[in-house]
Design a protein around this ligand. Sequence first.
Ligand code: ADP
Ligand code: ASP
Ligand code: MG
Length: 437
Amino acid sequence: MKVLKFGGTSVGSPERMKKLLDIIQPEERQIVVLSAVSGTTNSLVEISRALSVGDKLLAEKLIKHLHEGYKQFIQELFTTEEGRSNGQELIDYHFDLIRSFNTSIFSPIEEKIILAQGELISTTLYHFYLTEIGVRSKLLPALDFMKIDEDNEPLIDFIGKHLKDLVLAASDHNLFITQGYICRNAFGEIDNLRRGGSDYTASLIGAAIRAEEVQIWTDIDGMHNNDPRIVKGTRPIANLTFNEAAELAYFGAKILHPQSVFPAQRYNIPVRLLNTMDPQAPGTLISEVAQHQDQVTSIAAKDGITAIRIQSSRMLLAYGFLRRVFEVFERYKTPIDMITTSEVAVSLSIDDTTNLKDIEAELLDFGTVSIDSDQTIICIVGDFGIHKHGYASRVLDAVKHIPLRMISYGGSDYNISVLLSTSDKVEALRSLHNRLF
Ligand code: ADP
Ligand code: ASP
Ligand code: MG
């Protein structure tokens, strides 16, 4: 069975939604994962923000605007009276629910319920549309099988078991549709897999049912060798290994959710990145097989990084020092991205600053602590095995006019990373692109 995920722009208009049937073959057994209609989750975030600060007027204005947009959407999506009336009833139900939070207390629990409405709407609208045109499909509620634990880690076995039960119970269907992004947490509450999480949903489903292949359909012809929003002349990469794709996704290539490669990788399920606007384009195949050697493959950038330096005379010749430093981050459940050490200091970078104040207070026990925010990690992925030479110098040469905060090389065979001020990111990406490709 294949898993096909369509992102926000791929379902972004009634016309686009209808065109999905150029790609989906309804008679093939498959699970289709849909994102919310593009722009919807951003609007739901804004509505939640207004509600959380008690700005009821702004919240109502935003809700009304989004609701009106959907009224227009269903007029164009459906052609029969019955279809339109079902669509209308559906969106009214979801918007009544969103409005109901304007008169109640507002906590992160309510916020997550609001954020879930986009995918609940898009999938049901699409299912209704297929029904209207006589294509059989079965809606699988993601909230009945997609589950994470207290540490936000997905429970693959739970997901697999519950999903298989749902599919088995509807064994007279071939085409299954489900929501990306949304899930239940350890407390049974509605939660989500973070922004862009529909890719993660697709990979988790692929892993959980040991799918034949996961296809991520989006608005570009695969993973490009640099960020196409910033650099001109980028081109798609035909093949990536799981490790390369994971590094690029984790370090900012927006086409893939940061964690979305790992589930597929664990069960060796190929992932294809494909373009809904150009379905014939080959896209990118992510698999175990390395297709290119001795070259730089791609560049990505991740913003919002904070660098922390701990300077300590006690580090000198002391074993156990790094462990104690890491334990501080572990206690605050804060992942470390990059790390560089000297004999008297260690620098590391984090992107989750929720507990930075407490972390800093504990680190002060070790020595002097200095913190720099607004940093960007630039990650260069390629074939940099330990017997290769010249790559580090080419990378550093390309950014020699830019101050670097940290450099990381040798952590793996396929990644060189540099940390620099976000204000230098655009120049660094362009210069690296010109020099490396
Ligand atoms: P979807 O809504 O389908 O999930 P996204 O907007 O999340 O789509 O991801 C696709 C976008 O990612 C592209 O339109 C492109 O602008 C951006 N992007 C950033 N870096 C890359 C990259 N290295 N390769 C391809 N696309 C990238
Ligand atoms: N709709 C969610 C978002 O905008 C999930 C996704 O599109 O992947 O973040
Ligand atoms: Mg996305």
